[in-house]
Ligand binder design. Sequence first.
Ligand code: B4P
Length: 192
Amino acid sequence: MLNLILFGPPGSGKGTQSEGLIKKYQLQHLSTGDILRSEIANQTALGLEAKKFMDKGILVPDEVVIGMIGSKIDACMAQDVAGFIFDGFPRTIPQAEALDRLMSFKNIPLNKVLSLEVSEQELVKRLLERGTTSGRADDQNEEIIRQRVVEYRIKTEPVAGFYDKQKKLVRIKGEGTVDEIFTSLCKAIDSL
Ligand code: B4P
């Protein structure tokens, strides 16, 4: 199995690059952002709870996200998958520890953590641009976007150190064209 984490701040291109990677490597895409938005669209209890946090640019509580990803992995393992791309998960140290436990319990490896490095100025520009077309509440307002970046710096950035210690972290320049960044990601994956 090939199992990867696509890591990086909001707007760094995790969702964009996942699209190409899942096609090329035939991987199962697990995006906690997408799963949460679908729960909101279906007005489930989990979605209604998550929306309160997401609309403010704050991370959804760990126990909600960890339970959610655990059941998605179980559902995918019931089918025959070549591997997973985790997109937007883990976003905190407790989430990373929970994923380690889950993977080792299921006896599946985590091969690499690919970290997209993008400046804050570029992140805010991209998300405001997407806000004009996506209809996403968390992309509409610069204050909320900056709050998401603050959440990233405080709660998510330490996760890079967690995987660096495990010698799994690869830093990739996340600025340039989508194709250029895709080529760098593929190079890192193919060197495995
Ligand atoms: P996510 O859905 O994960 O979204 P994201 O971080 O905003 O975006 P991503 O990095 O995927 O950017 P994209 O490719 O789309 O999270 C949303 C919210 O959900 C979080 O704030 C949080 O509240 C909650 N959440 C999700 N996971 C959670 C977790 N594990 N724990 C707790 N809470 C969680 O790109 C953005 C824009 O840039 C697009 O418009 C794209 O076209 C553009 N772009 C991409 N690459 C580009 C390039 N090379 N050049 C120019 N523009 C580019």
